[in-house]
Design a protein around this ligand. Structure first.
Ligand code: 6CS
Ligand code: FE
Length: 306
């Protein structure tokens, strides 16, 4: 980690709000060719708001295929003693399965689909790889919330991600409505880095992936960001895709509706932003949560559903 960390966090000092030091939409080196997938309006919206919702990127046939793959993976992994499976606090139902792009061929292909991969390459201005992938099942009745957080705050402190040059891509595999705990974002919050108070315990991920308690933003700062930017629910039909910056403040409510809210998430990181040592000499998180090994740029390949 750099001796002068521009994004300090997890300190005993008080919480603070700091200016972002990195671009949001990166320029490509002029020597490199770029396939643009976003129009100027979409790029500007992503830059200003820190997220972009693209309705109906995948068609009904593809959604059915991916939905079945997601359910099959849960059937296969439940009670199989897999470390990649995170249980819901309380009910023990499957909350998340991590590393799906390395464990399942269908999701391995999906990360290379040009409709999503080329948006990541365009925004990050470079070749990209997957830092983390997961399915969040958020089952009906018992799916618990994800409290407000900036992903970058965790990835920087616990994984040693140097700069804000990563984004999340969430592909909706069920309809996400107001009723079933959709992703909520604070538009504009990606411009501000919320430094969080408190030290990271050993193996924090075992707890935080069920319920995050360290790296949680101060309430006064959350209120400040929400007063400025408001709160937007990213609702949409299955097959829609949400792209959001690694530092956008986001969270989601629990799901007491009967309808699952299930999405697959890919975190694309720039090949020029690979992980270093975590701060404060923490032991790096395991490979299935934060990729370090065999990093190679992804090349586009259409989804093959036959
Ligand atoms: O730990 C992670 O990588 C992700 N999970 C949580 C609960 N917070 C930060 C980040 O989104
Ligand atoms: Fe997150």
């Amino acid at each position: 980690m750099l001796s002068q960390d521009v994004y300090p966090t997890r300190t005993p000092k008080s919480a603070a709000i700091l200016a972002r030091q990195d671009p949001i939409v990166y320029d490509r080196k002029s020597s490199e060719q770029q396939v643009a997938r976003l129009n100027a309006t979409q790029r500007a919206a992503y830059e200003q708001d820190g997220f972009l919702l693209m309705p109906d990127l995948f068609n009904q046939e593809e959604v059915t295929f991916l939905f079945d793959a997601m359910q099959n993976m849960r059937d296969e992994f439940t009670n199989a003693g897999r470390k990649e499976v995170i249980a819901e606090p309380g009910s023990g139902e499957v909350r998340s399965i991590f590393n799906v792009h390395r464990l399942n061929e269908i999701f391995a292909n999906l990360v290379r689909d040009p409709r999503v991969l080329n948006v990541a390459r365009e925004i990050l201005g470079s070749e990209v790889y997957i830092h983390q992938s997961r399915i969040n099942y958020k089952p009906g009745f018992n799916g618990k919330e994800f409290y407000w957080h900036s992903d970058f705050e965790t990835w920087h402190s616990e994984d040693g991600m140097p700069a804000m040059r990563a984004l999340s891509c969430s592909i909706l595999l069920t309809d996400n409505s107001e009723a079933n705990g959709p992703l909520m974002v604070i538009p504009g919050s990606h411009q501000h880095y919320v430094s969080c108070m408190g030290e990271t315990p050993d193996e924090n991920y075992k707890k935080s992936l069920k319920k995050q308690e360290v790296g949680v933003p101060d309430e006064i700062l959350l209120r400040y960001l929400a007063d400025m930017g408001g709160i937007k629910s990213c609702t949409g039909k299955a097959g829609s895709v949400i792209f959001f910056d690694c530092n956008t403040m986001h969270g989601s409510n629990s799901n007491i509706s009967p309808f699952p809210r299930s999405n697959v998430f890919f975190v694309y990181n720039s090949i020029d932003n690979q992980l270093q040592e975590p701060i404060s000499s923490l032991v790096p998180r395991p490979e299935f949560v934060a990729a370090r090994e065999g990093i190679k740029p992804l090349s586009p390949e259409p989804l093959d559903i036959d």
